[in-house]
Design a binder for this molecule. Structure first.
Ligand SMILES: Cc1cc2nc3c(=O)[nH]c(=O)nc-3n(C[C@H](O)[C@H](O)[C@H](O)COP(=O)(O)OP(=O)(O)OC[C@H]3O[C@@H](n4cnc5c(N)ncnc54)[C@H](O)[C@@H]3O)c2cc1C
Length: 327
């Protein structure tokens, strides 16, 4: 990809903010990640769709970034057009029991909007720090609820097809995954159906969930939430705690003493530090419990698509497959 040519073209259209070699550590909750060769924040949904059509037809690699709260970006950065939804897709509309929102809206904001409208069902989202788009892709959830329970329809951009509507039950929602990854769909907006509720009860639930988080998760250190998925019916945090990993560290990446399934960046952790620590945890858990932990955090880097299979390749490539002794 010739970044200079891409930037020149995009600036001619006035697509939005266009930056060259933008450090992605500025746009991830881990505060980790090398530069994106091109970083774009389109002005509007229309600009975003035009940009997607253009990069797709020119076979230019691209990546959609929400709030960056569920990704680990390579230290080498990403040779691609990284497209942020945070400006173009931030509207919210409430109509009776439905909320329609752009995929760049923060989940926290959506939960508060629902409360203001006396609608229940989004309380669980009040302390999940990502965008609606990221939450759809990941089928984000907490406290026994998840996105799939609410989503009625989604407006998506599909490679080669363009914009179309998807019904909620066509999105393939499953535990912390969906068909978005498989088909490289981009979420533009979604309609969620909630239920009329009692405002004080809704507020009380939201406060309860926020308090619970403050007590049980590391607050104040950069992190990307749960690193591994729960291998149901087990909990990744409990398995990691059982091998005594709380406090383990590589460089500035440390297993949180507060919650074992969180890795925190104490200052200048690199993606490589996190990767080595994850591999070590996974290896010890496997040897002790014969359970293979699968990452919830998505890996973003050169030549990688962020799938679980790619994590396997990464670990093997670095010489640390399951048969290798735990470091
Ligand atoms: C402190 C902390 C607590 C957390 N707690 C929870 C929790 O309780 N439950 C939970 O489920 N998650 C939790 N998370 C993880 C994270 O917040 C969620 O997965 C969130 O939904 C990710 O949204 P995002 O906008 O940050 O996505 P990003 O991290 O920016 O992206 C995640 C993936 O979604 C893709 N994506 C983003 N937007 C779009 C779009 N519009 N269209 C297509 N693809 C898109 C990206 O390409 C990437 O592959 C937590 C994270 C942190 C830091």
């Amino acid at each position: 990809m010739n970044a200079s040519l891409v930037i020149k073209e995009l600036r001619q259209w006035d697509v939005g903010t266009v930056l060259e070699n933008e450090p992605l550590s500025r746009h991830t909750s881990f505060r980790i990640g090398g530069p994106a060769s091109v970083y774009v924040q389109p002005h509007s949904e229309e600009h975003l769709v035009r940009l997607l059509d253009w990069v797709y037809s020119h076979q230019i690699p691209y990546f959609i970034l929400g709030q960056g709260t569920n990704i680990l970006v390579s230290d080498r950065g990403f040779e691609a057009v990284v497209i942020s939804t945070s400006r173009a897709l931030r509207y919210v509309r409430v109509e009776r029991e439905r909320i329609e929102a752009g995929s760049g809206v923060l989940l926290t904001k959506l939960a508060h909007k629902a409360h203001q409208a006396g609608l229940q069902g989004l309380e669980f989202a009040v302390s999940i720090p990502g965008t609606l788009g990221g939450a759809l892709v990941m089928n984000a959830g907490a406290h026994g609820s998840e996105m799939r329970n609410l989503v009625e329809q989604i407006s998506i951009w599909e490679p080669g097809t363009g914009v179309r509507i998807l019904r909620g039950n066509e999105a393939g929602f499953d535990y912390r995954q969906s068909q978005f990854m498989m088909h490289q769909w981009i979420a533009l907006r979604a309609v969620m159906k909630l239920a009329v509720g009692d405002m004080p009860v809704i507020l009380n639930n939201m406060r309860h969930f926020m308090d619970y988080r403050k007590r049980t998760q590391p607050v104040g250190n950069a992190n990307a939430g749960s690193v591994f998925k729960n291998p149901q019916p087990n909990y990744a945090g409990r398995l990691i705690e059982s091998i005594g990993a709380k406090g383990w560290y590589v460089g500035d990446a440390m297993v949180s003493p507060v919650h074992a399934n969180f890795i925190v960046n104490r200052g200048s952790a690199s993606a490589c530090d996190v990767l080595i620590l994850m591999r070590r945890i996974r290896c010890h858990v496997f040897q002790r419990h014969n359970i293979l932990l699968r990452p919830e955090v998505r890996w973003i880097g050169p030549g990688e698509g962020g799938t679980e299979g790619t994590w396997e390749n990464l670990w093997y490539r670095e010489g640390g497959g399951l048969q290798a002794p735990c470091e």
